[in-house]
Design a protein around this ligand. Structure first.
Ligand code: SF4
Length: 316
């Protein structure tokens, strides 16, 4: 996957500014509309309009009744949209095989991916552990798909994490998903090693073992196991400590090539990054500079250096 190819991202339609909410409004997400739109093709879905509800419409909510969670009219329990919504969601999600990620609207009984309010039949709040019915179907049918909510994307670390995951997801589908060649999986793992390490050192080791023991599994099973573990592990936030570990590994490649002074400069930058005094780009840019002076094919292939377009300005 090159950083110039556009990814396909599903999105709750109201986040794109479409006036489809129950009150006739929208919930336009600036990051999606102004930044992400330059790099992705959005596929908007409004599940409530999809099941034939009007705009504007009466609000609906999640109600727990006899162990089931249903999607009911907020004022009239007889108006039950559960079956329609589940049928629409299953049909819609079965057609979403080409997506690299999905951005959902928080606090919606249809699109909310977590912490949704769930009521009892009398209208009393029971808990906030619900999941919107469309979101639940989406995550069950596509467990490896990167999924995030609009509110969480305002957090810099969660936003960076989501963007990293959608690009890895796209890389996988570009190079390995359709392949029957073990060499493609080996190359993918090799190129993503340091990016994986930045999210989880344990996953880096486990995935390496999985690829090394490939002869024990048929290739489709191996790919399925690898991809599932990979996408789960990438949900771990790549924090400063983990990045420093990766930077130290990368530094090791130049130990014979660079002067003591250059080594010291890089050490200082890594330390300053760890202390939060400079952004990740500072030590990374110096390592890239060393890489230009002392080419190393293996390192040059690492997605860690360019996990997504630099212009997205996400490197903290
Ligand atoms: S949150 Fe989902 S169901 Fe509600 S308006 Fe937005 S897209 Fe439609």
């Amino acid at each position: 996957m090159t950083n110039t190819q556009k990814l396909n991202i599903g999105i709750s339609a109201c986040l794109l500014g479409e006036k489809v909410r129950f009150d006739g409004g929208h919930k336009a997400l600036t990051f999606a509309n102004q930044t992400l739109s330059q790099y992705v093709n959005f596929k908007p879905v409004c599940p409530e309009v999809g099941i034939g509800m009007s705009v504007p419409r009466k609000p609906i909510r999640l109600v727990e009744t006899q162990g089931d969670v249903k999607l009911l009219d907020s004022r009239d329990n007889q108006l039950d949209y559960t079956d329609k919504m589940l049928e629409f969601s299953t049909r819609q999600c079965s057609q979403l095989t080409h997506l690299n990620g999905f951005i959902l609207t928080s606090k919606s009984p249809s699109c909310g991916m977590e912490r949704m309010k769930v009521y009892d039949e009398e209208g009393n709040l029971q808990h906030r552990k619900g999941v919107g019915l469309f979101a639940k179907t989406l995550m069950q049918m596509h467990p490896n798909l990167p999924v995030e909510e609009d509110g969480r994307l305002n957090d810099a670390a969660l936003r960076e994490n989501f963007i990293s995951r959608i690009f890895v997801h796209a890389n996988w589908h570009q190079t390995v998903a359709q392949s029957d060649q073990i060499k493609d999986l080996i190359a993918f793992h090799s190129n993503h090693k340091y990016q994986i390490m930045a999210h989880s050192y344990q996953a880096y080791k486990n995935l390496g073992k999985l690829v090394a023991n490939q002869q024990k599994l048929d290739f489709d099973t191996l790919k399925q196991m690898y991809f599932s573990q990979l996408m789960q592990s990438l949900k771990n936030i790549a924090g400063r400590k983990k990045h420093c570990n990766v930077l130290m590994h990368l530094q090791g490649y130049f130990k014979r090539d660079i002067s003591a002074q250059d080594k010291q400069e890089l050490n200082h930058l890594i330390l300053h990054y760890r202390q939060g005094l400079v952004p990740l780009l500072a030590p990374l840019t110096l390592i890239k500079h060393f890489l230009k002076l002392h080419p190393n094919e293996y390192l040059a292939q690492q997605t860690y250096f360019n996990p997504y377009p630099l212009e997205m300005g996400l490197n903290g």
